[in-house]
Design a protein. Structure first.
Length: 176
């Protein structure tokens, strides 16, 4: 007499995922990551704006300290009275201890200067290391400064970044 084996269909199937289930899971993961990327880009832009605001404030404070030490702009670089001047390598060296007193007014890390030595904002493209379009702007005055836009400000120092688009618009980061 032969005994019949009574195994159900479920116990005979292999444990695991089917191809269709795997494709559905991969599709859900791709959909969720697609929703996440715009939020990450917005966070990156906000971080760049925050860094630019901090840099502009530090520039403003550093040049004010130079004015307090020397009581005039005669030894300063960039030269006073020029309506708008980029923070060139000379200005960076001056603030890093290149003044006649040797005082360090501001520290610059390598990622904040380009190959020409200009102090650049966070939107600088490192693939073109000699591009100066994203250099911070500085104006040193005698109590009145006239930065981009022709607005007269009653202060000694004005520092600003033209922002992502490098044009004087609402996205500029300014010290006033």
């Amino acid at each position: 007499m032969v005994k019949k084996c009574n195994l159900s269909r479920q116990t005979m199937q292999k444990a695991g995922f089917t191809l269709l289930e795997l494709l559905v899971v991969i599709g859900i993961i791709m959909l969720l990551s697609g929703l996440l990327f715009p939020a990450l880009n917005a966070a990156r832009e906000a971080a760049k704006k925050t860094k630019a605001k901090a840099d502009v404030k530090q520039l403003d404070t550093a040049w004010k300290c130079v004015l307090l030490d020397y009581r005039s702009w005669t030894l300063a670089d960039p030269k006073p009275g020029i309506a708008k001047q980029q923070m060139s390598s000379d200005g960076v060296k001056y603030l890093q201890g290149g003044s006649s007193k040797g005082v360090i007014y501001m520290e610059f890390d390598r990622s904040s200067t380009n190959a020409n030595g200009f102090f650049v904002d966070p939107w600088h493209n490192y693939k073109t290391p000699t591009d100066n379009t994203h250099a911070y702007m500085v104006y040193l005055g005698d109590g009145t400064v006239v930065p981009d836009g022709g607005v007269t400000l009653y202060r000694d120092v004005a520092a600003w970044s033209l922002g992502k688009d490098t044009v004087a618009t609402k996205d500029d980061i300014v010290s006033w």
